[in-house]
Design a protein around this ligand. Structure first.
Ligand SMILES: NC(=O)C1=CN([C@@H]2O[C@H](COP(=O)(O)OP(=O)(O)OC[C@H]3O[C@@H](n4cnc5c(N)ncnc54)[C@H](O)[C@@H]3O)[C@@H](O)[C@H]2O)C=CC1
Ligand SMILES: C[C@H](CCCC(C)(C)O)[C@H]1CC[C@H]2[C@@H]3[C@H](O)CC4=CC(=O)CC[C@]4(C)[C@H]3CC[C@]12C
Length: 369
């Protein structure tokens, strides 16, 4: 007898579902999670493309809400089986205050955990970050590391600090009893630098290159490798983890997984050129054009200007002491933990990921910045 299709019965909620990663998670769930009955998309700002999704067989419910408001989170989560918590304030440029970053990333995550307990949501997938590990303030390289590689994780910047605190809360919550008496099963995914369709910083570099007459200038030595992962593969990992947390709770509960695929190890700038090159940009210099001490000085000057100008305007350039340190420290992962624990294989090859990203950069040409 032919096997019948599974009856869709699960309700998922994606926080931050209108963000760069969140949108890919939402679309991936609709494409590849046959057990889905309803998908709730929770975000501070709802995107217009959500309307297009409302015509399919899965009920898509858009919920405008704020993760820092416990009652809004609890109301949105009532009756959900799985929550994928991607919402966060991704700010390493000094746009938001450290307090706001903490509030959204840590308190927001606390609210999600509390809501799981209160409403009986049994599965929580948290989008953490490689930044939870490093690079640390000492600039130690993390070369082809995995989830068990010893590394001195010391953070001073509000963003990695907030992600580390939030991740700890999520992992500690594993096993806590939720409403109805079942144990909460949690796990955290740590993407390295995500790239792909919708990546704002890639778009910024592209427009910067266009303004500079089709050129970008090398600032970081080509020998410094930076881990990158395609957004579609990160989304796919979230979908798989959410699916497997139930059947493999004993193995996966309370675990962390780096998000990885077969994107090549390269410096941040050389990697970007994989996409920006075919779009007509050129990276000038085989070595950094400015000496490192001068970049350090410029980064410090930017930080000072940011502080001085704050009462008048927001000055938040890409170069600051923190971004320079991250870009200038080798951080790459090499692991198969996700494959061993829940059968993850990248859904998109490097060639596909590259082609999709190039098409997207080309399509952004001429768009307002
Ligand atoms: N972009 C990257 O390279 C990496 C990102 N991550 C993590 O992935 C997650 C998603 O990041 P991206 O998609 O890049 O950022 P994003 O800024 O594009 O998306 C974040 C989403 O969260 C929403 N959000 C922010 N504050 C909120 C609040 N108070 N209540 C409800 N929604 C709120 C935003 O409106 C946005 O739609 C974040 O948790 C981030 O820390 C981790 C590693 C790398
Ligand atoms: C903006 C940086 C590159 C500019 C370098 C300069 C000024 C010399 O040209 C980006 C270099 C590395 C990026 C970060 C990294 O990919 C890890 C991240 C993980 C996250 O969770 C959030 C984003 C980020 C911190 C990412 C941010 C931009 C860079 C610092």
């Amino acid at each position: 007898m032919a096997e019948s299709a599974p009856v869709p019965k699960l309700v998922y909620l994606v926080t931050g579902g209108c963000g760069f990663l969140g949108e890919h998670v939402v679309r991936m769930l609709l494409e590849r999670e046959p057990r889905l009955r309803e998908l709730r998309v929770f975000d501070l700002h709802l995107s217009p493309w959500l309307k297009e999704l409302k015509t399919g067989p899965v009920q898509v419910t858009a919920i405008q809400g704020d993760v820092t408001q416990a009652h809004e989170v609890a109301a949105a989560m009532a009756g959900t089986h799985v929550v994928i918590h991607t919402a966060g304030l991704v700010d390493v440029f000094g746009r938001a205050s450290p307090e706001t970053i903490h509030k959204v990333n840590v308190q927001g995550t606390e609210n999600v955990i509390k809501a799981c307990v209160q409403t009986g949501t049994q599965f929580l997938v948290y989008t953490s970050s490689m930044e939870v590990v490093g690079p640390n303030v000492k600039g130690h390289p993390f070369y082809r590391g995995n989830e068990d590689t010893p590394y001195e994780a010391v953070h001073r910047h509000p963003y990695p600090r907030s992600k580390a605190l939030a991740e700890r809360l999520v992992l500690e919550a594993n096993g806590r009893k939720v409403r109805g008496g079942l144990p909460l099963v949690t796990c955290a995914l740590r993407p390295t630098g995500i790239y792909g369709e919708g990546h704002q910083i890639m778009r910024d570099f592209y427009h910067q290159g266009l303004r500079l007459g089709g050129r970008l200038f090398r600032a970081i030595p080509a020998s410094v490798e930076h881990g990158r992962v395609y957004v579609g593969n990160v989304a796919w990992m979230h979908v798989l983890v959410a699916r497997e947390l139930g059947p493999r709770a004993a193995l996966m509960g309370g675990q962390v997984y780096f998000c990885y695929d077969r994107s090549p190890y390269k410096s941040y700038e050389d990697f970007n050129m994989e996409f920006l090159g075919p779009c007509g940009l050129r990276l000038v210099g085989t070595h950094p054009l400015l000496p490192y001490w001068l970049l350090v000085l410029l980064a410090a000057l930017n930080a000072l200007l940011q502080w001085l100008l704050r009462p008048l305007l927001l000055y938040a350039p890409l170069l600051n002491p923190y971004t320079l340190a991250v870009a200038n420290t080798t951080f790459t992962v090499s692991t198969d933990k996700a494959q061993r624990h829940f059968g993850y294989e990248p859904l998109f090859s490097w060639e596909d990921s590259r082609a999709r990203t190039i098409l997207w950069v080309q399509a952004t040409e001429g768009l307002a910045q």
